[in-house]
Design a protein around this ligand. Structure first.
Ligand code: SAM
Length: 197
């Protein structure tokens, strides 16, 4: 991936386009902000860092779990071939699709549903970006990762998670790197936190 081009696009992408109402005026803050339905647009510097860690290539097929506002989706779509993005909240998915279509993206595929199950009909994926926190590693996502592929995912309990980079080698073995502590909203469903408070 061309990291200098990523930094340039990050600097020019107007985050306010992915926000509504009074939140628009706060778009320049390096912090998560509410996008409705109890969800947040991620902190921009973390979006940049996670994209850098995922390092999609121009020919990559990328799966994204947690479309949210579509801000992260835009960075992924700019630097990969096709992006398949999953969101469980229909209103957020539709709004993101409208925004990203307006911005001219034609390589993004949208689906409403539980992203922890992945998108088996479209796999395997070269890269998988997960922007909601899982209580444990979702096996379906690992299964849908191509040989030589990479997942960036926050895994851990409610108040603090480890940002993991999981890589699959050419023999299908998974290697794990921990990149530090992050705090994301829950990946709702079988890989969420369940009854944990
Ligand atoms: N990357 C997004 C952005 O730039 O706006 C922020 C994503 S937000 C932190 C996490 C998103 O994951 C929320 O929109 C939430 O509804 C979604 N989500 C949570 N659990 C999910 C699941 N099981 N399947 C699909 N989406 C899920």
């Amino acid at each position: 991936m061309d990291f200098e081009a990523l930094k340039r696009y990050y600097a020019e992408l107007d985050r306010s386009l992915f926000l509504d109402g009074p939140e628009k005026a706060l778009a320049g803050r390096d912090s998560p902000l509410p996008i409705g339905f109890g969800q947040t647009i991620s902190q921009p510097s973390l979006v940049l860092e996670m994209t850098r860690l995922l390092a999609p290539e121009p020919d990559s097929r990328v799966l994204e779990v947690g479309t949210g506002s579509g801000y992260q989706t835009a960075l992924l779509a700019r630097f990969s071939d096709q992006v398949y993005t999953l969101e469980r909240i229909p209103e957020l998915s539709r709004k993101a699709e409208d925004r990203l279509t307006e911005l001219g993206f034609t390589n993004i595929h949208y689906k409403i549903g539980d992203g922890s199950l992945g998108w088996p009909q479209e796999g395997p994926f070269d890269r998988i970006m997960v922007t909601a926190a899982a209580g444990r590693k979702p096996e379906q996502l690992l299964a849908q990762l191509a040989l030589g592929g990479r997942i960036v995912i926050p895994v851990g309990p409610r108040y603090m998670q480890d940002l993991l980079v999981l890589s699959k080698d050419d023999k299908g073995r998974i290697m794990e790197r921990k990149l530090g502590a992050v705090r994301f909203v829950e990946m709702v469903g079988p890989y969420g936190w369940g009854g944990e408070k």
